[in-house]
Design a protein around this ligand. Structure first.
Ligand code: GLU
Length: 494
């Protein structure tokens, strides 16, 4: 369908949260729509009433918004092809069924489960190459069938696959030509006895009605495709282009699951990943603009995404690479942006500050400059710089800081010397340069290793041994509190 505008859809079933695999499918659809100036449609496939919930739908919508995958049609935004939830489209499925019945392309089947099982066994016993539904009700007399329906006999509706249909060949945009043997195509159920459509039927009725041109979805659906092609043909609707994208595996080569850690989009949002980095990372699971480039910002993705560069090999979700990507995005931010959009909100959330304006802009920019290169995700902000917001009397000392930095022979004299050297600096001269200059001569003066001297001071000031550069940290903490911290630590030092 070269001249028709591209229309793609993401059709999650609200039976759970939005998972990494679903998010990647959504990203591919969104990017494909944007790159082709087409429409991206969100449809809620909620036909399984026992497992679908409104709460899950809301979680999915929220996750889609966080990912920045704006949809052109769908829940909340509407569109010309609605409604966009399958439960609201029941009349359309019924109408499509009537259409097939009128054409003689669907028929009622009254077989009981026992009968079906018996037929299956018999086909197996005679080694019939055709093992599916044995078409027992296919040629029932229509009047008799109608009477049985009117008498209330339970029945399903099956599609009448033309006997001469032959193999189904699907030209998948990712997998290439895939052939499904005719003998695998039976007259499958399109409407259940409870009057609800099956997935293969509802999906095609919707995709056809919504004029979907490309179906991009996980390759766990590849095996459904020949059946769906049968429904398109029965409806007389054009068959879209299919693109089945690979599975996502964990680093151990097994299908990604809870065992591998967080799998839902929300968990990554809550753990402090940036939406841009997360989208970039997922976009590269099975797609790459050139096999090399790793940083593909959203705008570039929306311009360059193409199905030709989608790999059919399974992709590996590696949390370490995601961390790396996230750190890249964080580092690419200006200090100002980092301070305003990450640092300050994280500190407020953690209850460490209430009024950021109590400190001036230069102070925040300095803090941003030392924290930014040290965090892989937002959740690390507080562990990197929380101690700056403590006070001498409340600062927590971690075990290592005490055992390695303080409770060791000679550390008391280091702290005494530091207290003295720093005490000579006035409030006005309390700058990183002056602090560094004051501390620099101490190792020689004390005849101790530089590493040990600074370890003790770092432990005293920060309560840990892994803080950002000491001079800048001390400048930000301020003179009086630094001296008070050293005095308190002195009581723990030997
Ligand atoms: N609701 C189906 C799913 O979540 C959609 C499959 C499809 O894209 O056709 O798996």
């Amino acid at each position: 369908m070269p001249d028709t505008p591209v229309r793609v859809r993401f059709a999650p079933s609200p039976t759970g949260k939005l998972h990494v695999g679903g998010a990647r499918t959504a990203i591919f659809n969104w990017a494909f729509a944007r790159a082709n100036h087409g429409s991206f449609i969100l449809r809620i496939d909620d036909t399984d009433p026992t497992r679908s919930t409104e709460e899950n739908t809301q979680i999915i919508l929220r996750a889609m918004r966080w990912l920045g995958l704006d949809w052109d049609e769908g829940p909340e935004v509407g569109g010309d092809f609605g409604p966009y939830a399958q439960t609201e489209r029941a009349a359309m499925y019924r109408e499509a069924l009537e259409q097939l019945i009128a054409k003689g392309a669907a028929y009622p089947c009254f077989c009981t489960p026992e009968q079906l099982e018996e037929d299956r066994q018999a086909a197996r016993a005679r080694k019939d190459p055709f093992q599916g539904y044995q078409r027992r009700c296919r040629d029932l007399d229509p009047d008799e069938a109608r009477k049985r329906i009117e008498a209330g006999e339970p029945h399903v509706w099956r599609i009448k696959v033309p006997l001469d249909r032959g193999d189904v060949v699907v030209n998948d945009a990712v997998h290439g030509q895939v052939t499904f043997a005719a003998r695998e195509l039976d007259d499958f159920v399109i409407f259940r006895s409870d009057g609800t459509p099956t997935y293969n039927f509802a999906t095609v009725v919707d995709d056809a009605a919504m004029k979907i041109t490309h179906v991009i979805r996980g390759d766990d659906h590849l095996s459904n495709t020949p059946r769906q092609v049968m429904v398109y043909e029965a409806l007389g609707a054009p068959v879209p282009v299919f693109a089945h994208i690979s599975m996502i595996l964990g680093t151990d080569g097994k299908k990604l699951s809870k065992r591998h850690g967080a799998t839902s989009v929300e968990e990554y949002r809550d753990a402090g990943y940036l939406s841009d980095a997360f989208v970039n990372y997922l976009a590269l699971l099975g797609w790459s603009p050139d096999g090399e480039t790793t940083i593909v910002p959203r705008e570039a993705l929306a311009k360059t995404f193409s199905l030709e560069h989608v790999s059919k090999n399974p992709a590996t979700f590696d949390p370490k690479k995601l961390d790396w990507m996230n750190a890249e995005y964080i580092n690419a931010m200006t200090d100002q942006d980092f301070a305003n959009t990450i640092l300050i909100p994280e500190l407020i959330d953690a209850g460490l500050i209430t009024k950021p304006e109590d400190r001036d802009e230069a102070w925040w920019l300095t803090l941003a400059s030392i924290v930014k290169p040290r965090v892989k995700h937002l959740g690390e902000v507080v562990s990197v710089c929380g101690m700056i917001f403590s006070h001498a009397d409340t600062l927590a000392y971690d075990e290592k800081a005490v055992s390695k930095g303080l409770a060791k022979e000679g550390m008391g004299s280091v702290l005494d010397a530091a207290q003295q050297a720093l005490g000579t600096l006035s409030e006005d001269c309390w700058t990183e340069t002056a602090i560094d200059a004051a501390l620099e001569p101490l190792p020689e003066k004390l005849d101790m290793k530089k590493r040990l001297v600074f370890q003790a001071i770092r432990a005293a000031i920060c309560g840990n041994l892994v803080s950002p550069p000491l001079g800048t940290t001390m400048q930000l903490i301020g003179r009086d509190d630094c001296l008070a911290r050293i005095a308190r630590a002195r009581t723990m030092a030997l």
